[in-house]
Design a protein around this ligand. Structure first.
Ligand SMILES: Nc1ncnc2c1ncn2[C@@H]1O[C@H](COP(=O)(O)OP(=O)(O)O)[C@@H](O)[C@H]1O
Ligand SMILES: [Mg+2]
Length: 247
């Protein structure tokens, strides 16, 4: 808790600026994510969503500003102790079976491998149990994605950072994954996800961040986003938002 009894943010970006070469991608990005939020980060292709996540995870440097996770500077490994991450292009080590991969993840998180729990999570995601015995290199894109999601959900971590978690999933998989992500809220977890689908964001998330021209053009509830731009749906609101925000 801080002075005014507000809970501390799980993530804080303070005026974070990042360039690739001479091209600015993030321009003084400032935001807070509070515990228990299910936050959806949206923006056009190339807006800088993945770059924001890479900065957050200390995978890349940035020119100025600061990032805190759990109140600690993002460069400190302890700041990531509650974090589970699914990258945009998730590629598990090709020589492992599904079981070996999940076991390795359990080992990293220092908790025992519990096959019953694993199969329960696989079932929730509509992922067949035979994935445990198959080399991961033989899995389809969607199955691989679900394997990565299963590993995150089994990690017993409380803060999920998922970059395009829905990509490559079939309609049944999408329904199952959306259901699982919505459930994170009930257990007090925090989510930061990116998605190309505004409908998915509206369905899953209670907080929206719109990244445009390197800045957060909107932060708030999806319903507020629609009403702010006088739109009946998020797509219309999104178009109005990016047309009205100048670089
Ligand atoms: N390693 C890199 N080197 C140079 N430019 C990059 C690199 N990674 C991303 N970019 C550029 O930064 C911009 C933002 O990319 P990215 O964060 O992947 O966008 P998004 O995830 O929103 O689609 C794009 O113009 C992309 O081409
Ligand atoms: Mg991306």
């Amino acid at each position: 808790m801080n002075d005014d009894d507000q809970p501390a943010p799980i993530v804080r970006f303070e005026r974070v600026s990042k360039k690739f070469g001479t091209t600015p991608v993030l321009r003084e990005v400032t935001l807070d994510l509070m515990p228990g939020m299910l936050a959806g980060l949206v923006g056009v292709n190339g807006a800088g969503k993945t770059t924001m996540i890479k900065c957050l995870l200390d995978f890349c440097s940035f020119e100025s500003g600061r990032i805190e996770l759990l109140g600690l500077p993002h460069s400190q490994p302890q700041s990531r102790q509650q974090l589970a991450f699914l990258p945009e292009r998730f590629v598990p080590p090709h020589f492992l079976t599904g079981r070996q991969f999940i076991k390795a993840m359990a080992g990293i998180a220092a908790h025992p491998y519990d096959e019953e729990l694993v199969l329960g999570t696989f079932g929730d995601l509509d992922l067949s149990s035979d994935v445990l015995d198959r080399p991961v290199r033989t899995l389809s894109k969607g199955m691989t994605q679900k394997l990565g999601l299963a590993a995150c959900l089994l990690s017993k971590r409380r803060f999920f950072v998922l970059d395009e978690p829905m990509s490559g999933l079939d309609p049944k998989g999408r329904v199952r994954v959306k259901h699982k992500l919505k459930q994170l809220k009930q257990n007090g977890n925090t989510l930061l996800m990116t998605s190309h689908s505004l409908a998915d964001i509206e369905e899953i998330c209670d907080h929206m961040l719109v990244l445009h021209n390197g800045q957060i053009a909107f932060a708030g509830a999806p319903a507020e986003f629609r009403s702010r731009f006088g739109a009946s749906n998020l797509e219309q609101a999104f178009l109005s938002c990016i047309e009205s925000s100048h670089g």
